[in-house]
Write a protein that binds this ligand. Structure first.
Ligand SMILES: Nc1ncnc2c1ncn2[C@@H]1O[C@H](COP(=O)(O)OP(=O)(O)O)[C@@H](O)[C@H]1O
Ligand SMILES: N[C@@H](CCOP(=O)(O)O)C(=O)O
Length: 326
């Protein structure tokens, strides 16, 4: 459930008066998502998404996220485009929260990932990396390697309640990952999505019946980091089966399609195993933190940290791209 801030009909109509979108015809809260409050709007100008940014988003960072979407949409990427008000501003305030309206993207995210999803995903990820080139603002990755030790410290008091011995295992994993992490400058970097899970990629069937990507959403973890790390996030999120078996067919399809748009260097390919371990640890840690800090009865749906412990262990035993079957 993700409507944390309620908006009244009256407040929304007053808010919309500052946009060139005509009259409000209908609106409803969207239950999916975990970070922000989202509403689907129908106005005389069409369908839109209204987002009220909740506590975990720093308002100072919103110009980066909105500017990045604007930049990529102008360069042809199918991503939400911020709607600017009649004063030119995309970011304003509603119900006491920072708020923005973005264009609605058609399509649905895959509840069950099939191998046919992975090539269009890989292409779309590379297209995002290419489309974001030239966007001048930088945003360091707060959930990158430098952020993992403090996150782990935050999990320390209650982590072993989730699984005995977990914190010691994560201490050792973090040490190994940091020791093997590519040094700055070794791999290409730029703007990355950093959370391109299946629920952030919309698909529609193409004429041949195969799925095609209709849009990427949820750029609120986007940051400046290694392109190949974004690929590693996707290998984690898209290429495991429900029994935690790594699906090499999906992974190869993803990588080949990515390479067809933005060919990765040999160094990027070689770094994938450690980047995959890092990505697994990142999602394990944020999930573990939420698991051990979210009060019972809170509206947020907590995600299983141990899913990512399995993935971390898998990548830890595969120390080369060849060992991963890639
Ligand atoms: N631009 C958009 N077009 C269509 N649907 C969207 C759009 N943005 C968000 N949504 C809907 O809202 C849901 C939650 O959005 P998301 O950005 O993932 O929220 P959160 O940041 O809170 O996790 C999505 O699963 C989707 O159903
Ligand atoms: N993808 C993350 C959680 C962030 O959720 P989102 O709804 O903002 O994509 C995870 O699975 O841990």
């Amino acid at each position: 459930m993700a409507v944390y801030t309620e908006v009244t009909d009256e407040a929304l109509r007053a808010f919309l008066a500052d946009y060139p979108l005509g009259e409000l015809l209908a609106f409803r809260g969207i239950a999916e998502g975990v970070e922000n409050s989202n509403y689907a709007l129908k106005t005389e100008a069409g369908d839109f998404i209204l987002t009220l940014y909740e506590k975990r988003v720093d308002p100072k960072e919103l110009p980066y996220f909105l500017g990045l979407m604007d930049h990529m949409a102008r360069r042809g990427l199918a991503c939400p485009t911020p709607v600017h008000g009649t004063d030119g501003q995309a970011l304003r305030t509603l119900a006491g929260r920072p708020a923005a309206i973005v264009t609605f993207l058609p399509g649905v995210w895959p509840r069950k990932v099939r191998p046919e999803h992975c090539a269009p995903l890989g292409r779309a990820l590379a297209e995002m990396h290419v489309a974001s080139e030239g966007f001048a603002i930088e945003r360091p990755n707060a959930l990158g390697p430098a952020g993992w030790a403090p996150l782990l410290d935050g999990c320390r008091p209650r982590g072993d309640e989730v699984q005995p011995g977990l914190i010691a295992e994560l201490d050792a994993a973090l040490k190994g990952i940091l020791a093997a992490w590519p040094v700055r400058g070794a791999l290409p970097r730029g703007h990355i999505h950093a959370d391109l899970f299946p629920d952030n990629v919309f698909f529609l069937p193409a004429e041949d019946g195969k799925p095609r990507v209709s849009g990427l959403i949820d750029f609120y973890f986007a940051c400046t980091d290694l392109y190949a790390y974004d690929v590693a996030v996707c290998l984690n999120a898209w290429c495991f089966e429900p029994d935690y078996a790594f699906n090499v067919t999906k992974a190869r399809a993803l990588l080949a399609a990515y390479d067809s748009v933005r060919p990765m260097s040999d160094a990027e390919h070689a770094a994938l195993p450690v980047l995959c371990r890092g990505a697994a640890l990142r999602f394990l840690l944020t999930r573990l933190y939420d698991w051990t800090h979210t009060p019972a009865g809170a509206l947020v749906t907590r995600k299983d940290p141990l899913e990512y412990l399995r993935k971390l262990r898998f990548f830890a035993q595969a120390d080369s791209a060849a060992a991963l079957g890639l």
